[in-house]
Design a protein. Structure first.
Length: 312
């Protein structure tokens, strides 16, 4: 099967495969990604205005059914990226790859503030992370914008004011309520600032125990985002619904459960998505291993071309 490339806004991603949020945070990570021929873009973050430490360890579990994480968006904060993003952008661009910045704000204005950092630092676009639930302050879980259509609209207006030539992508949690998904899609269409929707973030508040009855992760009483292999069919369901709910002018980027070239093909068949991201599979050894993407691309290229028919 021919390896796809795509254009989102004015930005080309070739190949249309790159890392998901949470895997690349610092200059050293960007240098590693720049050396990986199999990644067509580099996504940094998620980042927040203030520096955040990771949640108490253990905060990541991976097993045969998937993964549970509650990292809590650890990152060095806006000041670090204001200093180092220009260097990151140059490293990516010298390697022929666009650089995107994933961001999480705790107010609509903070989303705009972080988008401004991206624009000033030379990033090609931002991914507005509307779907992270793994933030606990004082034992209280923060809400995320994915389930608040009015707040999503407010955020998009803040981002619009400084977006300029940035590619704007919006990443959402998975919706068990298909009617809410359609409601949020209408918000996206009305505001007219989003070039692509990334779907989907990990499923909120999964839980598991070890053989001794202890939670697999510590933060939030053991609650964390579920992703990885066992999440693929849920994520694909979100892709199909978003593609049906949005005009073709707004792209869909798929993420969730990709651990082989065949998994990639399931997302790309019938033009459901223009690009895919990989996260859990890059961390199967509990450290970043971007060379897994080389295997995925090889497996994808050896698949037969899809038959020219429309999806059922």
């Amino acid at each position: 099967m021919q390896i796809p490339s795509c254009m989102i806004g004015k930005v080309t991603i070739n190949p249309a495969l790159y890392n998901g949020a949470g895997t690349i945070k610092k200059v050293e990570d960007v240098k590693e990604a720049a050396r990986c021929e199999a990644t067509g873009a580099i996504l940094v973050g998620s980042i927040t205005v203030e520096e955040r430490q990771e949640n108490p360890i253990p905060n990541f579990w991976i097993g045969p059914t998937g993964s549970i994480n509650s990292w809590g968006i650890p990152n060095p904060g806006k000041s670090y990226y204001r200093r180092h993003l220009p260097e990151m952008a140059k490293i990516a661009h010298d390697a022929g790859k666009p650089l995107f910045l994933s961001e999480v704000g705790f107010t609509p204005a903070e989303f705009g503030e972080l988008a401004e950092v991206a624009a000033e630092g030379g990033a090609d676009g931002v991914e507005l992370n509307f779907g992270c639930m793994n933030i606990w302050d004082g034992g209280i879980q923060k809400r995320c914008p994915s389930f608040l259509p009015d707040v999503i609209g407010q955020i998009l207006e803040h981002v619009r004011r400084i977006a300029d030539d940035l590619v704007i992508m919006a990443k959402f949690s998975h919706y068990s309520d298909p009617f809410l998904l359609k409601e949020v899609a209408e918000v996206i269409k009305v505001h007219g600032v989003v070039h692509a929707v990334t779907t989907c973030n990990t499923s909120p508040n999964a839980y598991g125990e070890d053989k001794n009855g202890r939670p697999l992760i510590k933060a939030g009483g053991g609650l964390g985002g579920f992703g990885g292999f066992g999440f693929k069919n849920i994520a694909l369901g979100q892709v199909v619904q978003w593609r049906a709910a949005l005009p073709r002018g707004i792209a869909v980027i798929g993420v969730g459960g990709i651990s082989s070239g065949e998994d990639m093909a399931e997302y790309f068949r019938y033009d459901k998505v223009v690009a895919v991201q990989v996260a859990t599979a890059l961390l199967t050894k509990h450290h970043l291993d971007l060379h897994i993407l080389d295997r995925f691309l090889l497996e994808f290229s050896e698949l037969p071309e899809q038959e020219p028919e429309t999806a059922a």
